[in-house]
Ligand binder design. Structure first.
Ligand code: SF4
Length: 337
């Protein structure tokens, strides 16, 4: 019996090998994107709190739980039980308790190839798909991933793609919005328009070049504020990782090179390289309230040789006044250097 018939919607809590889900004819739905792209994302957080989620739990976890409550069409949820966070494990347990089917997926902490390969085979067995079917999807998605690389190049080489536009495409590449064909058509149209735009020399107009690192922001107007202050975000670290910039013919290799689920040091190497090649003047390190990744800020500050501003957000909302003042002071400092 087919466990997940074609068309079944599969919720994701972070990036997993979607090639396998698509190969089974199922539709991946990144719960983070549904949450933050909603007109009123706060409603999902409130729904989770009304169901009993504590105040001092990460807003993304509550948002994803709230989304699942309101979306019975999402039949099952893949939960990354190693390589994301322990909150994701408890999220899986509460969803399971609600009667939602959950599928665990574990990234090996030590980046061990054999362990990841085994995990992928288990994932293929769950979705009843074959390596050949997965390979065909992988080749299809790699074509889109290469176009995302071009979009990224336009972002830092010409800045005719804004940091916000870059963020939106990259963050949605975690599930290609469930429809790679539509995603690609939209990406093609966007690239075509930007390549012919007359904005290619904006890089020369004195924009302050920033890198954004950390999980995607829950602060809804961060990119707009940065653009208003003449800043160009030329690097979106984790969002870019979702697009699998080192996509390969070898799927296991691709997910071994994905820096997000492993230790901070792989991420640091990626960020340091971007600072150099993209001529980044300052880094915004976004940290989520109640997230263990906040502790990694200690290492980030020691290891990067450009100024770092750490910003914290809790619930989906516009930037508060205090954070805005800290951000503006940071930008002024960079501009005066
Ligand atoms: S922001 Fe941190 S605590 Fe929240 S889901 Fe992501 S890793 Fe977990």
């Amino acid at each position: 019996m087919v466990r997940f018939p074609p068309g079944t919607k599969i919720g994701l809590t972070t990036s997993v090998p979607i090639e396998i889900i698509f190969a089974a004819g199922c539709i991946p739905v990144d719960l983070n994107n549904v949450f933050i792209c909603a007109e009123q994302p706060e409603q999902y957080v409130i729904a989770a709190e009304e169901a009993g989620y504590p105040n001092n739990v990460c807003g993304w976890i509550k948002g994803m739980y709230g989304v699942c409550l309101s979306r019975p069409d999402i039949h099952a949820v893949v939960s990354v039980v190693r390589g994301d966070c322990s909150n994701a494990v408890a999220l899986m347990e509460t969803l399971n308790y609600l009667g939602r089917e959950v599928i665990p997926f574990a990234y090996p902490y030590d980046r061990d190839r054999i362990s990841l390969e085994r995990e992928m085979h288990k994932f293929m067995d769950i979705f009843q798909t074959s390596p050949d079917q997965v390979r065909a999807v992988q080749q299809r998605l790699n074509r889109i991933r290469r176009k995302l690389e071009q979009l990224d190049e336009l972002t830092w080489q010409t800045t005719c793609v804004t940091g916000k536009e870059n963020h939106e495409f990259m963050v949605n590449s975690s599930d290609f919005r469930g429809n790679p064909d539509l995603f690609e058509a939209e990406l093609d149209a966007f690239l075509e328009e930007r390549r012919h735009s007359r904005d290619h020399d904006r890089a020369a107009t004195g924009l302050t070049r920033l890198g954004y690192i950390g999980v995607p922001p829950i602060i809804t107007d961060l990119y707009d504020i940065l653009a208003q202050r003449q800043c160009a975000v030329v690097f979106n670290e984790v969002q870019r990782q979702f697009s699998m910039p080192s996509a390969r013919d070898d799927l296991v290799e691709q997910y071994l090179n994905f820096t997000y689920p492993y230790d901070i040091f792989g991420r640091i190497a990626d960020i340091r390289q971007a600072i150099q090649t993209r001529h980044i003047q300052g880094i915004i390190h976004y940290v989520q309230s109640f997230c263990f990744r906040q502790i990694e800020d200690i290492i980030v500050r020691q290891e990067l040789d450009v100024p770092v501003l750490t910003l914290e957000g809790e619930r989906p909302a516009r930037m508060d006044a205090r954070t805005r003042i800290r951000l503006e002071t940071f930008i002024e400092m960079l501009k005066s250097r």
